[in-house]
Design a protein around this ligand. Structure first.
Ligand code: NAD
Ligand code: IPM
Ligand code: MN
Length: 364
């Protein structure tokens, strides 16, 4: 029996609504597969916790999370608490403290009608963005000088260390080699004359060790254009923290929207837990109404199963998603359906056994 201990941080807004459906998937897997079990511990951290206690998480929150095999997070941030506080004291804190320096975000079209792009289908839109997740533009370094004075100056410094840059680029090369895919680096050395010049140099240097990997290098502005007009250019993409953030919302837009976009924050050395989450936020505009699409959160459960060394379950979840996407009436309004978050979730649970791995006898 394999057992995994999962920390749940549902967070704010639609976070708890979508995490509830992801947990149902994990419980269904447990039910269908006698070789797997999970335990769950929920943490009430987020903006309400902040309003009650003046902090986003318990003082020893990071210590508490250390013990888990994975963290499953919903979303963080809500009107009433400044975003730079809520995000830096919870989501970004976990990514940094646990050195989850690899952010894996699949841009994969699961149903032909979900893309707004003309003449592009599942074959053309199928790539992986590997986003640097520990430093760069998100180093949190800067200064605020002469606040409120006419000479006021604000600095926000990008930090690109040799270690941080090399390790993400190497990770991406390894992935490209393993998957026999091309690797595209997205940067901006024409304007960012320190950080991105360095990024490009490291990309080329490390590339010498991977002569078998075909590479491309694009400026981020042109890459944005290609995401929309020629997404088939991309197989594996490696990019910096901020560019990866922006480009993956664009990636979500060409594959069905934020309700379908998942991300894994990985600490490859497994020294600390990795974290799985939808890439969307707390969506205050639809929170509490049963309108949230839980499929992004469910896709991140698929990534969690891959991370646990259970890729057959990871792909079972994706296959179930694909099947469900053909049942328009079972989808949430963002995908043109009328179902609520939990109705979609319940439909998903019914279909999952159809795709259970061969090792599991489907009770159907
Ligand atoms: P958002 O991702 O919350 O919402 C953007 C748009 O997408 C909204 O119209 C929303 O209704 C829609 N949307 C998002 N997820 C959806 C889903 N599952 N189903 C259907 N529609 C969905 O981005 P925002 O409005 O810019 O940010 C809201 C808050 O969330 C802010 O506080 C922001 O800082 C925070 N945020 C957190 C995370 C995170 O925790 N990982 C990510 C992004 C934003
Ligand atoms: C994401 C989010 C976060 C990020 C924010 C909320 C700090 O947008 O996970 O994509 O920029 O990484
Ligand atoms: Mn984002």
């Amino acid at each position: 029996m394999k057992h995994w201990n999962i920390a749940l941080v549902p967070g704010d807004g639609i976070g708890p609504e979508v995490v509830a459906e992801g947990v149902k998937v994990l419980k269904k897997i447990e039910e269908l597969d006698p070789s797997i079990s999970f335990s769950f511990t929920e943490f009430p951290w987020g903006c309400q916790y902040y309003l009650d206690k003046g902090k986003m998480m318990a003082d020893d929150g990071i210590e508490q999370l250390k013990e888990f095999d994975a963290i499953y997070l919903g979303a963080v941030g809500y009107p009433g608490v400044p975003d730079h506080i809520s995000l830096w004291d919870l989501l970004l804190k976990i990514r940094k403290e646990f050195d989850q320096y690899v952010n894996i975000r699949p841009i994969k079209l699961l149903h032909p009608e979900l893309t707004p792009l003309k003449n592009k289908g599942e074959k053309e839109i199928d790539f992986l963005v590997i986003r640097e997740n520990s430093e760069g533009e998100y180093a949190g370094a800067g200064d605020w000088l002469f606040k409120g004075k006419p000479e006021e100056v604000v600095l926000q410094t990008g930090v690109f260390s040799r270690k941080g840059t090399e390790r993400i680029i190497r990770y991406a090369y390894e992935e490209a080699r393993k998957q026999k895919k091309t690797l595209t680096s997205i940067s901006k050395a024409n304007a960012l004359n320190y950080s991105m010049v360095f990024w490009d140099e490291v990309f080329n240097e490390v590339g010498k060790e991977y002569p078998d990997v075909k590479t491309y290098s694009y400026l981020v502005d042109a890459a944005s254009l290609y995401f929309v007009l020629q997404p088939e250019r991309f197989e594996i993409v490696v990019t910096s923290n901020l560019f990866g953030d922006i480009l993956t919302d664009l990636g979500a837009a060409i594959t069905g929207g934020l309700g379908l976009a998942a991300g894994a924050n990985i600490n490859p050395e497994r020294e600390f837990p990795s974290m799985f989450e939808p890439i969307h936020g707390s969506a205050p505009d639809i929170a509490g109404k049963g309108l949230a699409n839980p499929l992004a959160a469910i896709w991140s459960v698929s990534q969690m199963m891959d991370h646990f060394g259970e890729p057959a379950w990871g792909s079972a979840i994706l296959k179930t998603m694909k099947e469900l996407l053909h049942h328009k009436s079972s989808l949430t309004p963002d995908l043109g359906g009328k179902a609520s978050t939990d109705q979609l979730g319940n439909e998903f649970m019914k279909l999952l056994s159809n795709h259970a791995p061969a090792k599991v006898k489907s009770p159907s």
